[in-house]
Design a protein around this ligand. Structure first.
Ligand code: ACO
Length: 330
């Protein structure tokens, strides 16, 4: 069995639906305003899927762009990993819909659930699978239609979320010390209630009662999540730097989960990163869950912010609770 020296990101892509919802749009449906949302979250707009548009529809477009950017063919893909909490269906997996529509005839496919940490969990699995010699080329896609599980009568949560997908083609390389050089994953299920979608699973199957009680929407305890998020983002950056023997000055870009500018600012500034080294697109997309880091990474690459040899630290946290980090040498 051929075990490669590294797992490199060959290409990335992203896709968001056309329809945009602005802060002013929210002010028309709940008691909120542009000033509150911008000051407390940094968000201005989010893209929202149409009624019949599902997570796989966004994912397929993002994957096509990543495959083109990587200059590979669908037949080259050995494995499709889809990170999502808004699967098209409970059965089959969204990864299988994607595999079929892209024509990845030689690939296995599975879904992975780690909420907003999903993309980094998936990149970690892609890297491990490649380094073990089980696959040569892995397509990672993180896709969410969070609008479908958002309660638009709850001002505390509805302004936060948007829809979108981001993808990366990861491939075996014989060059050491390049590509995804480090990943780290954590979970603490005791905090599961902090971000919860109570209805629709095997605990509370769908029924008239679960619908009437609005249990098919996310319930978030934002204030408690806030402190946890700042702490974990800080710890993740610290660990990534230490484990890879990096100084702050050797990192070109921190790419955080686009959850809230105040959380991101607090964690990155405490770790000594100036704002110009922290990638932000939260004003355009809001929080797109697992897709957030994937979209941000693709945009940073396309904006030319990550040249050959540049190091990026990707960090995320989310429901579960889960949190995860990755260091990528471009
Ligand atoms: N417009 C106006 N006022 C609002 C809105 C709104 N959209 N939402 C809440 N408020 C009010 C609250 O009702 C509260 O009023 P009260 O004091 O009269 O009760 C007041 O604003 C302050 O509420 P807080 O919850 O203290 O506001 P905070 O500054 O913590 O910001 C936020 C809330 C944005 C949710 C923040 O806590 C946050 O970003 N938390 C972490 C992120 C998070 O949980 N994201 C979602 C899930 S994470 C993931 O990625 C899966």
């Amino acid at each position: 069995m051929n075990r490669p020296a590294s797992a490199k990101i060959l290409g990335t892509g992203m896709f968001v639906p056309e329809r945009v919802m602005t802060n002013e749009d929210f002010a028309r449906i709940v008691d909120t305003n542009d000033e509150w949302i911008v000051q407390r979250t940094g968000m201005k707009e989010r893209h929202i899927a149409e009624l019949g548009q599902a997570s796989s529809d966004l994912a397929v477009e993002a994957c096509r762009r990543a495959i083109e950017n990587a200059a590979v063919t669908p037949e080259d893909i050995d494995l499709v990993i889809c990170a999502t909490i808004t699967a098209d269906n409970v059965l089959p997996s969204t990864a299988c819909w994607i595999q079929d529509r892209l024509g990845c005839k030689n690939a296995g496919a599975f879904d992975l659930t780690a909420a907003c940490s999903g993309h980094l969990y998936a990149l970690s699995q892609a890297r491990a699978t490649i380094l073990s010699g089980q696959a040569r080329t892995v397509l990672v896609v993180s896709t969410e239609c969070l609008s479908k599980i958002t309660d638009y009568s709850d001002r505390n949560t509805c302004v936060l979320f948007g829809d979108g997908a981001g993808a990366a083609v990861v491939q075996a390389s014989d060059t050491p010390d390049t590509g995804i050089i480090y990943t780290t994953l954590y979970a603490d299920g005791s905090g599961g209630e902090l971000m919860l979608l109570p209805g629709g699973g095997s605990r509370r199957p769908p029924s008239h009662e679960t619908v009437d009680a609005r249990q098919h929407y996310m319930q978030i305890r934002g204030r408690e999540v806030f402190k946890f998020a700042v702490l974990k983002m800080e710890e993740l950056i610290d660990e990534c730097l230490k484990e890879c023997g990096l100084q702050t000055s050797q990192v070109q870009l921190v790419i955080p989960h686009q959850v809230n500018t105040r959380i991101i600012d607090a964690a990155t500034s405490r770790m000594g990163f100036p704002p110009e080294k922290v990638f932000l697109n939260i004003h355009k997309y809001g929080n797109t869950g697992g897709a957030s880091v994937a979209i941000a990474h693709d945009e940073a690459r396309r904006q030319g912010l990550l040249g050959p040899g540049d190091v990026a630290v990707l960090i995320a946290f989310g429901g579960g609770l889960t949190w995860a980090g990755a260091v990528i040498k471009h």
